[in-house]
Design a binder for this molecule. Structure first.
Ligand SMILES: [Zn+2]
Length: 78
């Protein structure tokens, strides 16, 4: 398990995706994502969601993404 930075990492998720973090914070979070699969999946999920929204294909959700959403929601329910 990574060293308890999940809260920090998730708190900065949107800033990270928006490119609003400085080099140091980005490096810090990237290191955390290397160690922490659950956080990495959340980041992946939001990154894909953004691409999808910006691609404006809102009524066509890829099956792979739906599976991923289901998996993440399942993990959070535990
Ligand atoms: Zn984490």
């Amino acid at each position: 398990m990574a060293d308890g930075n999940c809260e920090d990492a998730l708190e900065e998720l949107y800033s990270f995706l928006d490119g609003e973090l400085d080099e140091l914070r980005r490096a810090h979070i990237k290191r955390h994502l290397d160690d922490c699969t659950p956080c990495l999946e959340v980041y992946d999920f939001h990154a894909e969601l953004r691409v999808m929204i910006s691609d404006k294909c809102r009524d066509q959700v890829p099956r792979e993404l739906r599976d991923r959403i289901a998996r993440i929601l399942g993990e959070q329910a535990m």
